[in-house]
Write a protein that binds this ligand. Structure first.
Ligand SMILES: Nc1nc2c(c(=O)[nH]1)N[C@H]1C(S)=C(S)[C@@H](COP(=O)(O)O)O[C@H]1N2
Ligand SMILES: [Mo]
Length: 511
């Protein structure tokens, strides 16, 4: 053991710790390319974190960061890891075993996180554990080469050069292992397999959109949401890569004739096309988490009837390739609505982010109880027996989409010239339909907006009203009336546990 005077300075020790941490993450990333990307340490810990996050925080994250919430989470984890690695470096300066213990503790934590991810096997712990060993080795090496603090002279200059070379080497190992890992992982993605898919034409195509379904008002949400603009909500830090050649769907549970179907077999069935607007339960009043697409797929009810649903069943319990689960009330699937096992979205195979090669779409229900992406398993079962990812976390078992009118125009806090001002937006009440949208300014009388035509009751509906705007600050409020005659409630509710309610309003300044 060296005496105190020969120990490296605190900053050098911290640097050694951070570099050792980077080596650990880089090596683990490379190893994960050979296991599965979900087994990389930050992804595994982040995934476990998402599953353990309390509901209120999850909502805060989705609201505050939008679809960037995942990058924010991973960036935060990386920064946290760097701080701890620096501390372990400093600890290692005093006692090598203390620094190693820090790395070992994080390695074990990461291994547990990786092991407890859905569909993980023992192999999922290998990348983190290899990373941990590499990190400890790098820490020992760097600390032993680190120049002692306060020593000057020819010897120490040579020593400093050796340390700098070792530090540069560690950084290079970390960066190249990490980059190679990323490249190898991306080689396994299914983008090429997706491009090779040729979807057959629908046996039952959707009728053309009625003329004027899109009012084409600049600034108004288009009727069809292009795939690239479609909101994405899921628990995945890395997208599941499901090869259609390997994909099968198992239909089983409380059925007389369980069966399994391949992707090729699925495409040989008569496909139907339906226009359906998806909505996330986390959407705030006026929020962006809704999108309209033309879906191509096989009717879900037909698949279940083929299997022969037994008495006593009350839900379809679906599972994705990565172990996410959804419970859908059975009546909603069998009551004649256009519930689909979808393979196409707006004329293309499903984008990977939206469930390639197959997902569920059930009109009228929020996504968390209906829209399983990367679906591989349908179990007919009972709510009493199988609990799904979100309903286990106390979100509602039954979650029909609430009637909602959103104001897209004018934009909130806009400054507009007095005169004729367009007020416009979209309204939805999937499977009940929108019968009217009413608008009022400054608590004046409700006025009916003009409604665009819609293909069916399962889509949102554009609405438009011209307003003779006089100078001043004004508050614009909208409400929808659904196909049952029910007026959108003014009662405010948070998204948890069954969807936000209340009326969207917007404040503008007219000059
Ligand atoms: N496998 C999987 N499917 C999922 C989810 C998920 O986290 N994992 N999220 C659901 C939720 S909450 C919603 S709102 C919809 C969103 O579908 P989209 O991302 O295609 O818009 O997918 C649903 N399907
Ligand atoms: Mo959702």
């Amino acid at each position: 053991m060296r005496n105190e005077g020969e120990r490296p300075g605190l900053l050098i020790a911290a640097l050694a710790g951070v570099l050792a941490g980077a080596v650990a993450l880089g090596v683990a990333e490379l190893a994960a390319a050979f296991v599965r990307p979900q087994a990389a340490p930050l992804i595994a810990v982040g995934g476990a974190g998402i599953d353990l996050t309390p509901e209120w925080l999850k909502h805060f994250a989705i609201r505050a960061f939008g679809t960037h919430d995942k990058q924010v989470l991973l960036g935060g984890l990386a920064a946290g890891a760097a701080v701890f690695a620096a501390l372990f470096g400093v600890a290692g300066r005093f006692r090598r075993a203390a620094g190693a213990a820090g790395f070992a503790a994080f390695g074990l934590l990461g291994a547990v996180a990786a092991l407890t991810r859905p569909v993980a096997g023992p192999a999922d712990t290998v990348p983190v554990l290899l990373g941990m060993i590499a990190g400890i080795a790098a820490l020992f090496l760097l600390l032993s080469l680190a120049p002692a603090a306060g020593v000057r002279g020819v010897d120490s200059d040579a020593g400093r050069r050796v340390f700098l070379a070792a530090a540069g080497g560690a950084a290079a190992v970390a960066a190249s292992a990490g980059t190679l890992g990323r490249v190898l992982t991306s080689r396994r993605d299914v983008a090429a397999a997706r491009r090779a898919v040729r979807l057959p034409a629908a046996a039952k195509p959707a009728p053309p959109l009625p003329a004027g379904a899109d009012l084409r008002v600049p600034g108004l949400t288009p009727f069809v949401t292009p795939n690239k603009d479609f909101y994405r909500v899921d628990t995945n830090l890395v997208l599941p890569q499901v090869d259609p050649e390997q994909w099968t769907l198992r239909v089983h549970g409380l059925v007389d004739r369980p069966f399994e179907i391949s992707f090729a077999e699925l495409l040989r069935r008569p496909l139907e096309e339906h226009d359906i607007t998806l909505t996330c339960v986390s959407n705030e009043v006026g929020g962006p988490y809704a999108g309209q697409a033309r879906w191509l797929g096989v009717p879900l009810a037909g698949l279940l009837r083929e299997a022969g649903v037994r008495a006593g069943a009350d839900q379809v319990f679906s599972r994705s390739a990565d172990g996410f689960t959804v419970s859908t009330p059975l009546p909603a699937v069998l009551d004649g609505r256009d519930a689909l096992l979808a393979v196409g979205m707006n004329g293309e195979p499903l984008p990977v982010a939206h469930g390639f090669p197959a997902r569920l779409v059930v009109p009228g229900l929020y996504g968390y109880v209906s829209a399983t992406k990367w679906v591989v398993d349908l179990k007919v079962s009972r709510f009493a027996d199988d609990r799904a990812y979100w309903t286990r976390r106390d979100w509602a078992d039954h979650a029909p989409i609430k009637t909602m009118a959103r104001i897209d125009l004018p934009k909130a806090f806009a400054n507009i010239k007095a005169g004729r001002v367009p007020i416009a937006g979209v309204a939805w009440a999937q499977h009940r339909g929108i019968d009217a949208v009413e608008v009022r300014v400054d608590d004046g009388p409700w006025r009916r907006a003009r409604l665009a035509p819609v293909p069916n009751t399962d889509t949102w509906r554009q609405w438009f009203l011209e307003w003779d705007a006089a100078p001043g600050n004004h508050r614009i409020e909208a409400r929808a009336i659904d196909g049952t005659g029910a007026v959108q409630t003014s009662q405010r509710a948070e998204p948890f546990p069954s969807g936000a309610s209340g009326r969207h309003s917007t404040v503008v300044t007219i000059t």
